[in-house]
Design a protein around this ligand. Sequence first.
Ligand SMILES: [Zn+2]
Length: 205
Amino acid sequence: MQLIYYWEGCSTWMDRWAGFLQMQAEARKAGSATCLTACDCRIQVIIRTPTQHALIMQITRRLEFDAGHRIPSHTSQCRHLHGHRYAIEITLSGEIITTDGISEQGMIMDYSEVKRIAKEQLVDAWDHAFLVYRNDQAVLDFLNSLPNHKTVVLEVPPTAENLAMLAFKLLDSAYRHSYGNNLQLERVRIYETPNNWADCLRNSS
Ligand SMILES: [Zn+2]
């Protein structure tokens, strides 16, 4: 807190010094952005609180997985059965944990915990699976004809955008803070190739 004071227009301001000190004490008690004026000697006491710049802390964990897909309505290459080495990046925000002596001190969340949750909720299910749109009947029938085939049926065509959106919805409730540090999922990025990716972001507005 910064205390600013000045006076003017009073030739006997030294006589007012005791009063000034009293006003200063009252301004301190009143809190920030308080201005007191004495009408006779025009002493002002102004307390200003410095602007607080909130810091936002984020961490990101990247995992990779392989999966097959096709975009049935696409007019070019993507309508063919094919696969990708996908990457998923999970970005979390939160406050740094300050509890002394615990393993997570100084972290938002342990990266190994971010990974464990992502694998449990999504990556292990999608890895080496075929991601198929539920209305892609021809491929669905084919996959169903294969004994014990790892197939993931999606409500939407498996574009990078839709996969990022589905991943965000699956993971959002899984990332919860254990230490009251307001941890939350902020972004899921899905790389379909090193040059093509889609982001699903939390809308904070
Ligand atoms: Zn593709």
